[in-house]
Design a protein around this ligand. Structure first.
Ligand SMILES: NC(=O)c1ccc[n+]([C@@H]2O[C@H](COP(=O)([O-])OP(=O)(O)OC[C@H]3O[C@@H](n4cnc5c(N)ncnc54)[C@H](O)[C@@H]3O)[C@@H](O)[C@H]2O)c1
Ligand SMILES: [Zn+2]
Ligand SMILES: [Zn+2]
Length: 363
């Protein structure tokens, strides 16, 4: 089959690789119909994720069709259309039993396109299928549910739920990339009084307004703390999300929060940030951290099915799966292309692994 393969820092290829096969009884094989690229894929390509070894197929977000099921799989069948979560869940360990799938001790967690071959490919092996894939209702398109693999549950769980967004809150969202924008959409479900988006890029702030932000602040030109204080009678925001992943923006979140407020860190940090306890200790502020679990996928899918949430707004560019190399160029150059998420669509009539399909259907 063809797949997007990581070849070490700065290098990738659209290569012919071995077709995946079922290894464990809890695996399924899926034909990838629609997939996408994540900022984490770019981190791997920069060499920031050393545990990902050259030769790994990238990608951890996709919708596909089940081709074959392992002997112990009982909740999905050949032909089912399924959403693949970016987080796999063994379903048996202590953390999976608490729905903390991101912390799975049984071989799950973030493994696709990280520790095992991922989903930017014609086919994929999906471990722990009973606990890690979600059937897509017939009336929903792939694109309506695709972003429920990663960015929507990340923003919702690690931002909105950890930050306990409540009706009437002023919510400050620092970083208006795909994650910050997903936080705007899902915070909106809770009727905050005001959503404030903070970013250095005017194009991202324009997206933030389109996604439902009431106020935008360019913190390259404006003093974000004093702007927030003006909006809140000098108190500060009720909830702040850090959705960038650098020390400055974490410190900004802890400065613009009101006494008793909640700071929810979403960003992935590569460096230590300063916790200003000398200012915070009297202020009753709660700070949360988190890795996405994707335990809210069923709830988010219900919201999409009910017409309350429409993630298609993220899809700024569409490519054929075989043009994945160009899609990476477009996604990586978001500053000039305006890309939020790029959709990779497999042309099912030209899947190069016809052999695999024929072999499977003969079984
Ligand atoms: N916790 C989790 O489970 C989880 C899951 C997925 C992604 N993430 C992390 O969430 C973060 C956001 O992801 P993304 O895909 O939206 O990233 P992104 O890089 O696309 O967007 C980041 C945004 O931050 C803005 N920005 C950069 N520096 C800034 C500054 N000093 N002040 C204000 N804005 C600034 C950029 O202009 C950009 O719009 C990343 O750190 C990512 O790794 C976390
Ligand atoms: Zn991701
Ligand atoms: Zn587990």
């Amino acid at each position: 089959m063809k797949a997007l393969v990581y070849h070490g820092p700065g290098q990738r290829g659209w290569d012919t690789v071995d077709d995946p096969t079922i290894i464990d009884h809890t695996d399924i094989l899926v034909r990838i119909d629609t997939s996408t690229i994540c900022g984490s894929d770019l981190h791997i390509l920069k060499g920031d994720v050393p545990e990902t070894t050259p030769g790994t197929v990238l990608g951890h977000e996709a919708v596909g069709t089940v081709q074959e099921i392992g002997a112990d799989v009982s909740t999905v069948a050949v032909g089912d259309r399924v959403l693949l979560s970016c987080i796999s869940a063994c379903g048996r360990c202590r953390f999976c039993k608490e729905s903390r799938y991101g912390q799975c001790l049984g071989g799950g967690g973030w493994i696709f396109g990280h520790l095992i071959d991922g989903l930017q490919a014609e086919y994929a092996r999906v471990p722990f299928a009973d606990n890690s894939v979600y059937k897509v209702p017939e009336h929903l398109s792939d694109e309506q549910v695709l972003f429920l693999s990663d960015i929507l549950p990340t923003a919702y769980e690690v931002g909105v739920l950890n930050g306990k967004v409540s009706p009437g809150d002023v919510v400050a969202i620092i970083g208006a990339g795909p994650i910050g924008l997903a936080a705007i959409l899902t915070a909106g479900l809770y009727t905050p009084a005001r959503i404030v988006a903070i970013d250095l890029a005017d194009s991202r702030l324009e997206s933030a307004r389109n996604f439902g932000a009431d106020t935008t602040i360019n913190n390259g030109r404006q003093d974000a703390v004093s702007e927030i204080m003006q909006l809140t009678d000098g108190l500060g925001a009720d909830v702040a999300f850090e959705a960038v992943g650098i020390p400055d923006t974490f410190e900004l979140a802890s400065e613009l929060i009101r006494p008793g407020g909640r700071v929810a860190n979403i960003g992935v940090h590569g460096h230590s940030a300063t916790l200003h306890l000398e200012k915070l200790w009297t202020r009753d502020v709660t700070i949360t951290t988190g890795l996405v679990d994707t335990h809210t996928i069923p709830r988010l899918m219900n919201l999409v099915a009910g017409g309350r949430l429409d993630p298609r707004v993220f899809a700024t560019h569409r490519f054929a799966l075989e043009d994945a190399m160009t899609a990476y160029d477009t996604f990586a150059d978001a500053a000039s292309t305006g890309a939020l998420k790029v959709v990779l669509e497999a042309d099912q009539s030209t899947h190069s692994s016809d052999v695999l399909v024929a072999a499977l259907s003969a079984e």
